[in-house]
Ligand binder design. Structure first.
Ligand code: DC
Length: 214
């Protein structure tokens, strides 16, 4: 049976980079669950739907196609903001559960592992996941990494703005009533404040290869 690797953690902690590298190493499909919230947010923005109109927002979920979540449009400050707001809505989260739980069955045929990263994967979506990783790094460090990455890509950004946006998102993710960001029971805490991606990858590879299941 396909084993589930759940990776949770705050914004800009490196979950998707780690998930991508693990996916390459173990030839495992990966779902970046934040993209589901982003896809809904993008549709809301395009259709100019009011953020209090949950009924119309729920309809946007029908436009999601798991095979097509690669648009660059999913990554803008506006989408960051709207996805963060709608991710606190219970009905929206509940409707997105089905997408996430169907992922290993849909894409995990004949593969040993399926990877899902997000905020509530080990707590709500797959509480019985075989491996649960909770990634962490201080917000100053995450903001600095994000800032350097954006500058490297030629973007003219301010560190103070990125730092404050990360703190706002942390606050929203960690204090919402439904599915707040927190380490799942039995999760492995991976603090990446002072280690790089290779070290993080090695730590997780060791856990996966040396433990049967957590
Ligand atoms: O991981 P990300 O930045 O792409 O996520 C986009 C937004 O979706 C972010 O505000 C947090 C939210 N999210 C969530 O609430 N639960 C998840 N499993 C994944 C993302």
């Amino acid at each position: 049976m396909t084993k589930i690797i759940a990776i949770d953690g705050p914004a800009s902690v490196g979950k998707s980079t780690l998930a991508k590298r693990l996916s390459k190493k173990f030839k495992a499909p990966v779902l970046y669950s934040g993209k589901l919230y982003r896809a809904v947010a993008l549709e809301i923005i395009k259709q100019k739907i009011n953020l209090s109109n949950t009924k119309e927002i729920l309809k946007c979920i029908n436009y999601i196609n798991l095979d097509n979540l690669n648009s660059d449009e999913l990554y803008s400050s506006e989408v960051d903001n709207v996805s963060s707001i709608i991710s606190a809505k219970k009905k929206i989260r509940n409707k997105l559960i089905t997408f996430q739980r169907s992922f290993p069955k849909k894409y995990g045929n004949n593969v040993k592992f399926a990877i899902i990263e997000g905020r509530d994967i080990g707590t709500i979506i797959f509480p019985g996941a075989d491996y649960k990783i909770f990634m962490w790094a201080a917000s100053e460090i995450r903001a600095k990494r994000r800032y350097e990455q954006l500058r490297k890509n030629g973007k003219n950004v301010r560190y103070s703005k990125i730092f404050s946006e990360i703190n706002v998102r942390d606050q929203k993710d960690m204090t919402r009533k439904i599915a707040p960001l927190m380490p799942a029971a039995n999760s492995v805490l991976l603090d990446t404040s002072y280690i790089d991606i290779e070290q993080a990858l090695n730590a997780i590879k060791n856990i996966i290869q040396k433990t049967k299941t957590i």
